[in-house]
Design a protein around this ligand. Sequence first.
Ligand SMILES: Cc1ncc(COP(=O)(O)O)c(C=O)c1O
Length: 411
Amino acid sequence: MVMAYHPPKSRDEAVATDRHDILAHAREAFDMEGGLVYLVGHSLGPATHNALDALHQAAHYDWRRGLVRSWNTADWFTLAKRTGGQLARLVGAKPAEIMIADSVSANLYKLASAAGSLAASSDLIVEEDEFPTDQYVIEALAGMSGVTFHRAAPGEGLGKLAETGGVLVHSLINYRTGALRDMAAAEKIAADCGGVIVWDLSHATGVVDVSLSKAGARLAAGCTYKYLNGGPGAPSFLYVRKDLTGKLESPLPGWMGHARPFAFEATYTPAEDITRFANGTPPILSLAALSGALEAFEALDISLVVAKAQALGDLVTRRAGELGLDIRSPLDASKRGGHVSFAHPNAHEIVRALAARNILADFRAPDTIRFGLSPLFLRFIDVWDAMDALADILETKSWDKDEYRKRAAVT
Ligand SMILES: Cc1ncc(COP(=O)(O)O)c(C=O)c1O
């Protein structure tokens, strides 16, 4: 671990830390409104200039002018795999082990279903504090396949895996608390019992050290619209360890996963490579934006990104502790992802009061405030000032307004 960052103890120190920040240049890749403090990069990352340019190129030239020819001339046909190749380094995988398709929800379904053929038993397991989609998908898959479903208590999923040798869907970082799991230790448990883990890397990719190959992981999926800044609704990625690809079957065979899609054969023959996990036509405009967005990571040392996220998180937990907030995230940075959560009975109103000061954070029902700390564009001074604003809002109770109690459709 590179110890390049120390959480500042004063506003002046925050300014000085930013001045010496080795990653300061990464902020230039983003097209963001001046004065906005964006603490929601873990929910929807902001646009980069390259993502917007790539989207413009794909829409205005390749689609508008190239039309159907662009499947060949702009190489749209291989875009999903090529974009997966760009992402591979960020999760410690080989380019051939990643492809981009569908949503995380759909990919978890496909992988958990396929994992059944590798696991010692067919039991499906998920913990009850996992992101809701993970629970819905796994419970539905168990119902459809007629296998035993276990909704384990928080922290007990691995124990259930060891007991059953089934398939566990497991987040590397908990979406609510930001707690980081030990992937290698979990994979060791899976290997010992003949079970399989399908990792959900949604809150991890682009902010913590994800070393899939090194940790012995076999299957994973994750978001690209959070820390990777791929854009609203950007497609998910999925990972299948290379030696397993040919052994696994997708439960959703579609023509784009066929070995010869343009032979239009009546029966399905899966592609030899990871493309077999594709099904329908890829979302080219979204893929173009994602491919442009990933360029922001190209020359970056991920260990620096991780170190900066940890220092930003330490700054938040220290100041939140001084404010007496009920911190729901690990205080030890090595056990935490890129966001810090607090619980407060008026969390919704507080998040709205911050937004009125041009500080965007997020609220998760019923009582959680999350501060997402994307190291590529956030400065220490942004976070310092956001904590000052939070302190003021709490002290003056300026959150206590009817307009802040109204809830929008998306919170
Ligand atoms: C941990 C986690 N898993 C899964 C999802 C769902 O992803 P998708 O909307 O791509 O299905 C999210 C969305 O925020 C998430 O945070």
